[in-house]
Design a protein around this ligand. Structure first.
Ligand code: SAH
Length: 216
């Protein structure tokens, strides 16, 4: 069975990621190794490596593999980062980040999702992840600043606390737009008060809900 899934992962990388321009060898390797099917219910295992998002309960979704790869590549991780993730969801993206960062701090507003993700990631042996059930539009001040911040839900605007919690040289990747479509944006903190911005194309995420996000 696991052999079939490892073939499915390889096919996913070859047909969905490389042709669309994902190049970072470490990102491709992580996508090839993390068992995505274990982050969805067993009835969906057969679809886990397909080119679309899947439901994970609580009206939330695990992002399409390409979007996970694109956002991770945009973070330009070297392996040494303190990374903050907003929107743990299933924990799949968390696993990819944990392989490519020194430490991952992940925040999820729906506690049952956080609990399930924590269990899956512990079973897989990840030991460099800290979890918090909280409104991630406020960031996670206690451990700031972060070298990389990723937001896995669509925001009406960039939450100010996330910019404040970005280290010098740090990168923030976030989908920003209305509730139906967003633009994937990377903000880099060049100096204390100087931020540059690059766009990575259109996407569609579930809502980022919180004080600096959508109201509900
Ligand atoms: N990366 C996830 C996908 C998560 S979907 C995965 O790989 O499975 C987006 C998640 O963001 C949902 O679980 C949703 O509950 C969460 N979310 C939305 N607003 C949030 C907020 N303000 N703080 C923390 N999590 C939030």
């Amino acid at each position: 069975m696991e052999a079939d899934f490892s073939l499915a992962r390889e096919r996913m990388v070859k047909t969905q990621l490389i042709p669309r321009g994902i190049k970072d060898p470490d990102v491709l390797e992580a996508m090839k190794s993390v068992p995505r099917h274990l982050f969805v219910e067993e009835a969906l295992w057969g679809e886990a490596y397909n080119d679309h998002p899947l439901p994970i309960g609580e009206k939330q979704t695990i992002s399409q593999p390409y979007i996970v790869a694109l956002m991770t590549e945009a973070l330009e991780l070297s392996g040494n980062e303190k990374t903050l993730e907003i929107g743990t969801g299933s924990g799949y993206q968390t696993a990819i980040l944990a392989q490519l960062s020194r430490k991952v701090y992940t925040v999820e507003r729906i506690r049952p999702l956080m609990t399930a993700a924590r269990k899956t990631l512990a079973e897989l042996g990840y030991a460099n992840i800290l979890f918090k059930a909280f409104d991630g539009t406020l960031g996670w001040e206690e451990h700031a600043p972060y070298d990389a911040i990723i937001v896995a839900a669509g925001a009406p605007k960039i939450p100010e606390p996330l910019l404040e919690q970005l280290a010098l040289g740090g990168r923030l990747v976030i989908p920003v737009g209305n509730r139906f479509s967003q633009e994937l944006i990377r903000v880099t903190r060049k100096e204390k008060e100087v931020f540059t911005r690059k766009e990575f194309g259109g996407c569609r995420f579930v809502d980022l809900i919180g004080i600096h996000g959508w109201k509900s």
